[in-house]
Design a protein around this ligand. Structure first.
Ligand code: MN
Length: 410
């Protein structure tokens, strides 16, 4: 099967960073950019150079220190923005200026208060100006998904004729659905002269929880760049999550036969680093990188997992860089899982002892929701009068005495 190369455009440091609770200092942006380089993203949108002195400095510093991926700055369709982006990108080996200009009537009328004709003029002028500074110019008709399709085609044609190398069709407000979004890309492929010489790009927001599905629909319809962020951070409900796109392409390569440059083992480290840098971690049930993404509590599931992980896991934690499978013991867990964990903790139980331990375990689980290793050790010490024996394999052993003395509360 012919496999098309697609490009990952990461905007964690721009769209992600401009959302609540996600501000980053310059040093943090550089640290994240280096991790994104290790992850193998093709393009890093490092900021919006004109937005502030801090953003300008961050784009410049990332361009200075990160030489693998292409480095991009956002810019409005204004001369001062384009000049600032170009100056910030001076140290970059592979610079890109990303110009956005609204194409929907609601944005033109109420936000920019300009006519369609004025918007087309600005498109032509700004792309031409950016091309005098860099060879690689991306143009985004903002709010493309809510734009009149005829006008959208007109604007995109002008951008392509003026020298844009990438045309991004953002679903700025997270409004589209997969079939509709795919049809926009097919329309561009049919209608735009010279479309074979440019890259079409998706940029999806998650207001309806469809960002990843819409992005995949765009790729199937001919987009070859996908814009996304680590942990799916971004304006409002966020952007398409990079790790979800990458995992879908990996697990369902039969349906999504795309080639890319990502090293999936760097997904979880990137997610963890971002959580340290900003004010929040992904929700526990977040796909791929959430703390529950590879956890199993229900007894039947735990039994299945121990027989063969493929019973309940479509990918292994280690494939996406997650250190180890996390079995959570709770009231839904069975004897089998309890015995397995107790063995790991260094206890070897007779059938009768296991029954007794299980009884105590269920009592604790009813009170506590999650039962931790120290709870199990405490059950063994206080009710069964057994101490852990360090097992001969050396990998797993009993916890330290400080955790072992914690008795369950009555
Ligand atoms: Mn956005």
């Amino acid at each position: 099967m012919h496999q098309e190369r697609i490009f990952f455009f990461d905007t964690t440091l721009r769209d992600g960073e401009q959302s609540p609770g996600c501000s980053m200092y310059m040093a943090e942006k550089v640290r994240m950019a280096k991790q994104l380089e290790l992850l193998g993203v093709d393009v890093i949108e490092a900021g919006f150079a004109i937005a502030s002195d801090g953003d300008f400095a961050a784009v410049r510093q990332v361009a200075q220190e990160v030489k693998g991926p292409r480095i991009c700055s956002l810019s409005r369709a204004k001369e001062e923005d384009i000049v600032a982006a170009a100056r910030a990108l001076e140290p970059a080996v592979k610079p890109r200026i990303h110009i956005f200009l609204a194409s929907s009537d609601i944005h033109l009328e109420y936000k920019l208060q300009i006519s369609r004709e004025q918007a087309l003029e600005l498109t032509d002028k700004s792309v031409r100006l950016a091309r005098t500074y860099v060879d690689d110019v991306e143009f985004s008709p903002e709010d493309a998904s809510r734009s009149d399709r005829e006008f959208l085609c007109e604007m995109v044609q002008i951008a392509v004729d003026a020298g844009a190398t990438v045309i991004n069709l953002p679903d700025t407000v997270g409004y589209t659905v997969p079939r509709e979004y795919a049809s926009m890309f097919r329309l561009m492929k049919e209608r735009i002269r010279g479309v074979e010489n440019i890259v079409l790009s998706s940029h999806c927001h998650n207001d309806l929880g469809l960002a990843v599905a819409n992005s995949l629909a765009a790729l199937e319809a001919g987009a070859r760049q996908v814009e996304c962020t680590i942990n799916g951070i971004g304006e409002r409900a966020g952007n398409a999550a990079l790790e979800e796109l990458a995992a879908a392409m990996y697990v369902r390569h039969d349906q999504l036969p795309f080639q890319h440059n990502l090293d999936l083992k760097q997904l979880f480290p990137a997610s963890q680093m971002l959580s340290e840098v900003i004010t929040f971690a992904p929700a526990p049930n977040k796909a791929v990188v959430g703390s529950n993404a590879f956890s199993h509590e229900a007894g039947i599931h735990q039994h299945g997992m121990m027989s063969n992980p493929l019973c309940y896991e479509i990918m292994t934690p280690s494939q996406v860089g997650v250190p180890a499978n996390r079995m959570v013991l709770g009231k839904h867990s069975g004897r089998h899982a309890l015995n397995h964990r107790l063995k790991e903790l260094g206890f070897s139980l007779s059938r009768a002892d296991l029954d007794l331990a299980y009884q105590r375990f269920v009592e604790v689980a009813d009170r506590k929701k999650s039962v931790f290793d120290q709870d199990l050790v405490s059950i063994m010490l206080t009710h069964l009068r057994q101490s852990p024996v360090v097992n001969q394999h050396g990998g797993q052993h009993g916890p330290s005495s400080s955790t072992a003395v914690a008795a369950p509360q009555p």
